[in-house]
Write a protein that binds this ligand. Structure first.
Ligand SMILES: [Fe+2]
Length: 238
C-alpha cells in the first residue's frame, strides 16, 4: 500500500514512470492519492488497477486477506492540506459497519493528528475530529496508516493507533520548536511492515530501512554469538 504523493506534480509522465518502478514487484500494490497527486491522471495510467473506483473519490476496500483494508481519499485539488468531508466519512462509516469483527487497517495520506512539526501541521487534515468520532464507534480498527510527513510518527487516536510512514525517498528533518524550518534531509529511505500475527498476536508494525544488504555483525547459534557463517556477498567482517 502506497499512502499517497505517488508522484510530485500529478503528471501523466510521472505516473508512467511510477508504473515502471512498480512493475518488478511480486506482491499486490494498492495506490491512494496524496496532495501531490491528480485523481484523473492516476486513474488513467493505472486503469488496470481494478480496485480504483471509476469516478468520485478514490476510496475502496480490500477484502481478500485476514486484515481488511479501508482506504480513504483526503485529496483537495491544488491544496497541500487534506480533507475528510461528510461524504467521505459517511462512506467510511458504512464500510466499517459491514465487517465489525474483521481486523481492519484504515489508510489515508494526511495524518489526522498534529505531529509537533508546526510547518507540516499547518498543511494538515480537515475533518480529523469527525474521523475520530467514526472510529470510536468501530473497535475493529487496528491501525490508521498515513503518509505525508516523511517520518515515522505514532499516536494513540480515537481508541486505535495512528501512524505515519517514512518516505521511500527523502525524509523531513525532525526540527521541533523553537526551530522553525522545513528541511529535506537524506536520512535513509524506509517503509513500514504491518505484520499480522493472528488474533492473539495482533498487528505488529516494523519500520524497515531500505538498503541492499544488512550485514550481521554476529549471529546467535542457539548457544552463543558466532561469526555469520553466510555473510552477504561482498561483506568481509574484519
Ligand atoms: Fe503529502
Amino acid at each position: 500500500m502506497i499512502t499517497g504523493d505517488l508522484v510530485d506534480r500529478g503528471e501523466i509522465g510521472e505516473y508512467e514512470r511510477l508504473r515502471e518502478l512498480l512493475a518488478p514487484l511480486q506482491m499486490p500494490v494498492f495506490l491512494l492519492p496524496g496532495n501531490h497527486d491528480d485523481r484523473a491522471n492516476l486513474r488513467r495510467v493505472f486503469a488496470d488497477h481494478a480496485y480504483l473506483p471509476r469516478d468520485g473519490f478514490l476510496q475502496y476496500t480490500v477484502d481478500d486477506w485476514p486484515v481488511r483494508l479501508v482506504v480513504l481519499d483526503t485529496h483537495i485539488p491544488g491544496a497541500p492540506g487534506g480533507r475528510l468531508c461528510a461524504e467521505r466519512l459517511a462512506w467510511l462509516e458504512a464500510r466499517l459497519a459491514e465487517e465489525p469483527q474483521r481486523p481492519t487497517v484504515v489508510a489515508m495520506h494526511h495524518p489526522p493528528f498534529s505531529s509537533g512539526l508546526p510547518l507540516m501541521d499547518a498543511l494538515g487534515l480537515e475533518g480529523g475530529d469527525e474521523l475520530a468520532a467514526v472510529l470510536r464507534r468501530h473497535s475493529q480498527v487496528e491501525r490508521v496508516v498515513c503518509g505525508h510527513l516523511h517520518r515515522p510518527i505514532v499516536r494513540r487516536f480515537a481508541g486505535t493507533v495512528a501512524c505515519t510512514c517514512p518516505s521511500t525517498t527523502h525524509q523531513l528533518a525532525l526540527d521541533l520548536p523553537p526551530a522553525n524550518r522545513l528541511a529535506i534531509v537524506m536520512e535513509p529511505p524506509a517503509c513500514m511492515l504491518h505484520l499480522w500475527l493472528g488474533s492473539a498476536g495482533g498487528l505488529v508494525t516494523h519500520v524497515s530501512l531500505i538498503a541492499d544488504e544488512y550485514p550481521a555483525l554476529v549471529v546467535h547459534d542457539g548457544q552463543g554469538w558466532v561469526r555469520d557463517p553466510q555473510p552477504p556477498p561482498g561483506f568481509h567482517p574484519s
